[in-house]
Each structure stands twice: as C-alpha cells, then as structure tokens.
Design a protein around this ligand. Structure first.
Ligand code: AKB
Length: 315
C-alpha cells in the first residue's frame, strides 16, 4: 500500500505551524515534511528550506521524500499585500502555479489550497454571503485568491489534479501569531489584554467580520482533505463559517473574564479592507457536501484563548 507523505509549504506561519503538529499526530512525524522560506528554530520533525518560487527546489524535495500530498500555505495576506502589490501577486500566483504544475507532473494525490473571505468585495451581498456570488475584491491578496480559485478548478477539470480549498475567515489561535492580515486584531487583542489590560483596535468598534477558532479551522482543513472525492463538489473553494463579531463584541466578551480590560479604537488603512468584506458567511454547501460543523462560538473561543494564553504566560 502506498503511504502518505505530506509536504507543507509555509509551515512556519499561523496555520502552518499548528497544521504541521496536527498532521504529525495523524500520519506520524516522519510522514509530514514541514518547509518554509525561513529556518524553523526548534523543528519537531523533518524540515526543509523552500522558497515556493523555486521550482527546482520544490521538485528536489518532492522526489527526495516521495511526496503524495501538498498543503500550499505560503502567501502574502491582505494588509501586507497592499504595501507591495506586484510582489504579492508574484508570490501568490507564481507560487501557486509552481505547486499546480508540480502536482500535475508528479501525479500528486491531493493538494490543499487556502482561499479567503478576501475574495469578496464591496458589491458582494454582505450578510450571510452565499457560496456562489459576486467576487469583486479590492485587495491584491483577494484578487490573487479569486484567480487562484479559478486556476485550481481549471487544473481539476483539465488535468484531474485533486485540489481542495476553503475560504478561511479570520483565524484566531493561541498557538501561533498571524502576520500581515486585516483580521489579526482578533489575536493581538488577547495578548494585549493579558499583558496590559488594554488594546487599541485598528478596526472600528462596529466592524463585523467572519472568524473561526484555530481548532475548527484545522479540523475543517483535514476533514475536507479526508472527504471522499465524490463529496468534494466545489472545486473553486468552499465558504466556511463559524462565528462573526465586531471589535466591541469581542472586547465585551473579554471583559467578562478581565473586568478592567479597556478597549480603544484608532482605525487605519485596514479599515477600508475590512469594510469591503462580508459581515457573515453562509456555508451551507460545505455542511451538506462534506459535513462541516463548527464547535466554537465567540464565548467558547474567548474562554479557551484566555485559558491557554494564561497557561503560556505562567510557564
Ligand atoms: C487576512 O486578514 O488577510 C486573512 C484572511 C481573512 O484571509 N486573515
């Protein structure tokens, strides 16, 4: 029987670092090869330095380990992407093309490609945004994810490459820090609440955005990758939802645990990005096709974040 060998590209990032550990629990440490453009300080298993724009290096690592599945997580996110639009397009699109071509040429069994709520835009219906709707992103990150979704669909239809994807909302977790996103405030707020009992949000108090707890995001990713091929009917990317809240609502929830926590607001250029995204997402199609269901709402998430981050602080 062929054994699964998994390559994670962008394994040092917010999702990659947690996904690496979870996949190692499922498949065994030596079957999951972590890779990133930067060295990993204390690797917990096999690690390779890979720049996703270097196709020869990708080929070399895929051959060396006999890779059968790839999780391609390397990308520049929404806020950072606006500081270097053409560089972001280069990394996000040419990185994806390298992975898709590799998957085609080497008959890789499955590829995971993350999309995002950034594919939506100001003319998208903002409440309970449906699966099939208007995609008018205003960020280069969102544009690259729309194009990426269509390219993954194309490789599936034309070459039979089994690429699977979800449109992640903002991801909140205690294990790792996000970088360069518009939803990052919802992680930063916990660190500042515990360190200083105060946080200044770069989004305004009534800006509702779709979010998901890390445990749920990782479980959704693995459940989609494990679903029978026949059940994966959407080959662009699945809407995925768990909760939606505003900065004011998360602050109020944190105040239930830290009563002297003070929130203030100083919106910056990320406000316009957040304003262009939906308030909430309809993910009925993911629920029907492969049985998606979240476990964490706002209250459970805040409690679990504070519990785990406080443990980290004490140690
Ligand atoms: C971002 O804010 O750019 C990301 C995302 C929603 O894809 N977290």
């Amino acid at each position: 029987m062929k054994t699964d060998k998994i390559l994670i590209i962008g394994a040092n990032g917010q999702i990659g670092s947690v996904l690496t550990e979870t996949l190692r629990e499922h498949y065994g440490t030596d079957s999951v090869i972590a890779s990133d453009i930067r060295e990993k300080e204390e690797p917990t298993g096999p690690f390779e330095l890979i720049n996703v724009l270097d196709k020869d290096r990708l080929n070399e690592v895929v051959d060396q380990y006999g890779i059968t599945q790839i999780y391609h997580l390397a990308a520049i996110l929404s806020a950072k992407g606006e500081l270097n639009p053409l560089g972001t397009w280069d990394i996000n699109m040419n990185g994806l093309f390298n992975i898709l071509e590799l998957a085609r040429e080497k008959s890789i069994d499955k590829v995971f490609y993350p999309s995002s709520i950034a594919v939506f835009g100001p003319t998208t219906p903002p409440n309970q945004t449906p699966q099939d709707t208007v995609l008018t992103p205003t960020t280069v990150y969102g544009m690259s994810k729309v194009a990426g979704e269509y390219w993954t669909n194309y490789y599936y239809l034309k070459y039979g490459v089994d690429v699977r994807s979800v449109r992640y909302p903002g991801i909140i977790g205690y294990q790792s820090m996000p970088g360069g996103g518009t939803t990052d405030y919802a992680v930063d707020i916990f660190h500042e609440a515990l360190d200083n009992s105060a946080y200044t949000s770069f989004l305004d108090k009534d800006t509702a955005l779709p979010m998901i707890y890390m445990e749920d995001a990782i479980r959704a990713t693995i459940e989609l990758m494990h679903a029978d091929e026949a059940r994966v009917k959407v080959r662009t990317s699945y809407n995925l939802a768990a909760m939606s809240f505003t900065p004011e609502q998360i602050a109020q929830e944190i105040q239930k645990h830290i009563p002297d926590f003070k929130m203030s607001y100083a919106p910056d250029y990320r406000q316009a990005i957040a304003d262009s995204w939906p308030n909430s997402i309809d993910d009925q199609v993911a629920r029907q096709d492969w049985g998606w269901k979240e476990q964490f709402g706002l209250g459970e998430m805040v409690q679990d974040m504070l519990k785990n981050l406080s443990k980290k602080l004490v140690v």
